[in-house]
Write a protein of this length. Structure first.
Length: 133
């Protein structure tokens, strides 16, 4: 854990970091650097996990993970490259589980337009089922 300073200057141990063992398991899937060395992968990836796990906006990430722009850019770039897909598939294969990775999302926020889309019939299977009841 990296202590982070609050506005009052006291240290708070709430920062999540991936372990060295976890990083060694997923490092082979990281894209190669081109010239300029990347910011610490462990810190940035831990920040991405922290933001997503806690349902935060990028701007609310603790400063211990580095600039929020770096977290966001790395997440977007690596998502488009399929890095996270490769990691999920490799980890499920190593665990001897299904090749279909699944993520549990027990808490999801729905945007206020979600109900509007349902009323407009953009999800006909759901809309028709509700009308039948």
């Amino acid at each position: 854990m990296i202590p982070r300073l609050t506005d009052g200057g006291e240290a708070v141990n709430e920062v999540f970091l991936l372990s060295e063992h976890q990083m060694k398991r997923i490092e082979p899937f990281f894209p190669l650097t081109h010239g300029v060395p990347r910011v610490d992968d462990r810190r940035v990836l831990s920040g991405i996990v922290y933001v997503i796990r806690n349902g935060l906006q990028w701007k609310d990430a603790p400063i211990a993970y580095g600039p929020q722009k770096t977290l966001y850019n790395r997440f977007i770039r690596w998502s488009r490259l399929g890095v996270f897909d490769w990691i999920f598939v490799a980890l499920t294969e190593q665990a001897g589980r299904s090749k279909r990775p699944m993520i549990d999302a027990t808490h999801l926020k729905a945007h206020r337009t979600a109900a509007f889309l349902l009323k407009k019939g953009l999800f006909p299977a759901i809309s028709n089922a509700q009308k039948a009841v």
